[in-house]
Ligand binder design. Structure first.
Ligand code: GAF
Length: 388
């Protein structure tokens, strides 16, 4: 398994220098999907799977990057910071460019990176990469940016270099995550609250469809535009609204005839999902896991039927859980079109669920289901001492 020792040994072998290690985790989201870029609420948690960078200045104007997982090298000059053909390296270039835009005096550096966040599984491996690098560069070049600024820089790298107009959830969770807690984030004010994950007797289990849908980024940006177009129409009647966060179902219904069908469905989903999150947080606080589980199913059906970002594999996995009384809730997680479902499962039945679903999933889709039991993890950090 990749760890900081292996990454730093590779660094020493390649560059004959001593690195620092910066790391940042992937995330899950309990509820509140596609609400972040609508100024709504989300409830993510950092997990114990991370991307790590071994990194050091090299007193030049060039950057050398080695991807441990891909076993590939790339290099770029600080002069241009344009995208290059090796797509995987554009996340790195994006973070450098956005840090410089923010006034951090980033100069040449060498790095090796790798980790154990599954790629394309909806666990935010790209945010983990961006946040680990932003945190590491901010440290070695003494940029002085705070955590919120680092999350925003990482988000901009995703917008401008990966082409996904994502919200702030993934980068925020990766930087602010805390072991044992979820983060209830108001995506408008960026006020947040650490939310104890009191799910005693139950676990969060991810079922990984192994579907990596190529439509994910273009459809994501389309959803964002549809929400914005709904707001534009409603603004004519309610000039003070800024985003779907400010719209109630009643306001939407009153003007539904002015919206095309798709825009209406997208807006309705977002407004309802914010409601599910607020109720879901109250359920978690009062220990009513059954009720929280119902909100999770509600979220999935909204994402499936109204927001239309699910796929047959995700729907199938959720349906498999409906009749099982030891599963309280299940839903697709993240941007959609593939990746994982998140399931709230009674501890004694975790193995049983996996054993039952794996063969029928293989029969139905010809794919090997993967699964991960989620353990919460710690947010981004830099370590000067490398484990022996
Ligand atoms: C992706 C995005 F990156 C997040 O900002 C969020 O919108 C999520 O999809 C959907 O909730 O992970």
């Amino acid at each position: 398994m990749v760890n900081d020792k292996i990454i730093s040994e590779k660094f020493i072998e390649l560059y004959e220098n001593t690195p620092v290690i910066s790391r940042s985790p992937g995330r899950v989201n309990l509820i509140g999907e596609h609400t972040d870029y609508n100024d709504g609420f989300v409830l993510p948690a950092a997990i114990d799977k991370e991307i790590m960078f071994a990194i050091a200045k090299n007193d030049s104007n060039n950057c050398n990057v080695y991807s441990f997982d891909l076993k590939r090298k790339a290099a770029f000059s600080m002069e241009t910071l344009e995208k290059i053909d090796q797509n995987w390296c554009n996340y790195v270039i994006g973070v450098v460019a956005e840090l410089k835009n923010k006034g951090v005096d980033v100069q040449g550096f060498d790095c090796v990176f790798g980790g154990d966040v599954p790629l394309g599984a909806g666990l935010s491996s790209s945010a983990a990469l961006e946040c680990a690098l932003a945190t590491g560069l901010n440290d070695i070049f003494e940029g002085g940016l705070n955590k919120e600024e680092l999350a925003k820089v990482s988000q901009l790298a995703e917008h401008n270099y990966a082409g996904v107009k994502c919200g702030i959830m993934d980068q925020f969770a990766s930087i602010f995550g805390k072991e044992g807690y979820a983060v209830r984030l108001d995506c408008r004010s960026l006020e947040y609250e650490y939310f104890p994950l009191n799910i005693e007797g139950y676990s969060l289990l991810l079922l990984d469809t192994q579907v990596k849908h190529s439509l994910a980024s273009s459809e994501y940006n389309t959803r964002r535009e549809q929400c914005e177009s709904g707001v534009e129409t409603l603004k004519k009647h309610y000039p003070s609204i800024k985003n779907l966060r400010d719209v109630t179902l009643q306001m939407l219904e009153e003007h539904s005839s002015e919206l095309d069908e798709l825009t209406y469905k997208r807006c309705k989903y977002v407004i309802e999902e914010n409601g599910r999150l607020v109720r879901g947080c109250a359920d978690l606080q009062s220990g009513d896991l059954k009720s929280f589980g119902k909100e999770m199913y509600g979220s999935h059906y909204g994402l499936q039927n109204e927001y239309e970002v699910s796929c047959p594999e995700l729907d199938f996995l959720v349906e498999q859980t409906v009749e099982k009384d030891y599963v309280l809730g299940a839903r697709m997680m993240g941007g959609g079109f593939g990746g994982c479902t998140i399931n709230l499962v009674k501890n004694e039945h975790l193995d049983e669920l996996v054993a039952e679903v794996t063969p029928i999933y293989l029969k139905q889709f010809g794919k090997n289901l993967k699964h991960y039991k989620v353990v919460t993890g710690q947010g981004a950090r830099v370590e000067k001492e490398i484990a022996k």
